[in-house]
Design a protein. Structure first.
Length: 309
């Protein structure tokens, strides 16, 4: 049933290699995210955008890393802002911004879950597992590190101290199709549940998603969904700097969001890596708003489309 929803912008692009994600929150607002949710009966408040002050350079033993000081500052700022947003509504939406923002939003939700005496589960919809530490990243792009960080892996000591971590056993990754060697090792070591696109081709999205949701329900868990634009096939969602062919289709993505809605388990949402500079007349921003509406209760029969007959 509709409730209260808070929007929080995270205009961060320091974790990515291409500029433009800083415009992501504004693009989602322009595409009508708030209006769409309000039309479904949700009470929507916009808490504006988080921000950071200018930062002095922060050296690291890995010379490939860039914008470490800025990204660390963003993590701290987003943790505080996301924690407050979670207290102010039933279901906060964190609008990015590159995926390094999840290093702030997910620990904030883990902290809220810990205070409620409940475990936090994370559904990671992404082409990449983002399981690099600061030591193993070869690209130096810090949007590849949030999962390693919020699961408490060694090698992320330069980031802020974590008040709460996420158990790797409580993570389900779907849509994965670009994994580096160090991440493959870490997936095996941690036992993270991963459904790559080959698995999805074979089983579809519904079976593994329902199994994961059953685990969340049995544990009385809170569920955070982190949705990266590159989870989708670039043919339908071009506005991302990390395109990987063979992503989720329009209907697969909507089925996931509709099923999440039916479960009534989702307690928070990331929308990340939207780069309007790479979009086609707002195509991707509109799709992300449409998918979010499916999570918040819009049904297929509710969609007003022009008939060809």
């Amino acid at each position: 049933m509709p409730g209260t929803c808070a929007l929080l912008g995270a205009p961060i692009e320091t974790g990515a290699s291409q500029r433009g994600c800083i415009m992501g929150p504004a693009s989602l607002r322009t595409a009508g995210l708030a209006e769409g949710l309000a039309g479904l009966g949700w009470e929507v408040s916009d808490r504006g955008d988080a921000s950071i002050a200018p930062q002095a350079s922060q050296p690291h033993a890995n010379p490939a890393l860039h914008h470490l000081a800025e990204t660390s500052a963003w993590i701290a700022a987003l943790h505080a802002a996301a924690y407050d947003a979670g207290a102010a509504c039933d279901l906060p939406i964190f609008m990015g911004g590159d995926h390094s923002m999840a290093a702030g939003t997910v620990p904030a939700m883990a902290r809220r879950a810990q205070e409620a005496g409940r475990p936090l589960f994370v559904l990671w919809l992404d082409a990449h597992p983002d399981l690099h530490t600061l030591e193993t990243s070869e690209s130096g792009n810090l949007h590849g590190t949030p999962v390693a960080y919020f699961t408490g892996q060694p090698g992320c000591d330069a980031y802020p101290t974590l008040p709460a971590t996420v158990d790797p056993a409580n993570i389900c990754m779907m849509g994965i199709r670009s994994v580096d060697a160090a991440e493959q090792v870490r997936i095996r070591e941690l036992g993270v549940e991963v459904h790559d696109m080959r698995a999805i081709d074979e089983t579809g999205v519904l079976e593994p998603l329902r199994r994961f949701l059953d685990r969340v329900r049995e544990a009385n868990g809170m569920l955070h969904v982190s949705f990266d634009v590159d989870f989708l096939d670039p043919a339908i969602a071009p506005a991302v700097g990390t395109t990987v062919p063979g992503g989720a289709t329009f209907r697969e993505a909507h089925l996931i969001m509709e099923t999440l809605c039916d479960s009534e388990l989702v307690s928070s949402l990331d929308l990340v890596e939207l780069n309007p500079f790479l979009d086609e007349r707002g195509k991707t921003a509109k799709l992300m708003c449409d998918l979010t509406a499916s999570l918040f209760g819009r049904r297929v029969m509710d969609r007003m489309t022009r008939s060809a007959y």
